[in-house]
Design a protein around this ligand. Sequence first.
Ligand SMILES: [Ca+2]
Length: 289
Amino acid sequence: MCSLRSILLIQCLLFSSLSFAEVQILFEENFDSGELKEIPGWGVGYQAGGFVGVSTDPKEVLGNKGGSLKATYPKANGGIYGWASFDMKPYNTYEVYVEFHAKMPKAKEGIKFLKIFGGANTTFGLDYTGISTGKGSMYQVSFGDGTTTQNDTQNVINFNGAHPQWIGRSHGTAVVETPEKKGWTAADWGDSWHHFRFKIKFNSVDTTGGVIKEIHDGAYYVEIDGKVFVNATGLLNRHPSNEPIRKVAFLDWSQNISEPFEIWYDNIRITLGGFDESNRPVTTKAIIE
Ligand SMILES: [Ca+2]
């Protein structure tokens, strides 16, 4: 017997599994082993007075159990004091989704935080100048519009919607939404954990017939604690000659560090095809094709 209700349920399950099947998890880590595990493609290190390790202090870690990635940076002028990155070269992709929890519980300072490296780079940095709403705030997506082969931080999307022309060549055709109309402020950190989700898509290039045609389909999405700060589509954000994404980098460069600070990450998940919406707990794995 197959009641209408069960048929609908089966259809629903099939639809759900098809939806989730389109999402490919490349890497995820919950740090609950309590140590820095060797995971293919994943690399962690520190230098020059910085430190990166796994804490299991239940008072400090996400959910008060297991472990979380903890980095400390010294008072310093500038440099790379810690890094944690995932190698994207095997996937030959111009698009990636990155999701994690993070906290900066004590001093608020600037750091790259999340940077996508490739032929073109994109940075979701925490401000080291304090010019916006204090050091440690995130108020821009930084990239390059592909005018030249070097694309790093020449162009920006401001979270408060100001200066929309600063996105560069696709101004006037791209659709840039900044619903919060403000940045993530230094004070927003407090001393607790926050949930971050980022989509990065570098624009496509059609080379049919040997003719280079730039497709206006670059995109960025920034969501913090369920609030959408940026949803931009139709962007130009790379040069046609730029290579695919090379790595997803956490921590990385900091400068003008007036006080030693801590930055923590947990439940990192890197996917293709979308965010994992299955509510499945984050485990430890990497898929190398
Ligand atoms: Ca954990």
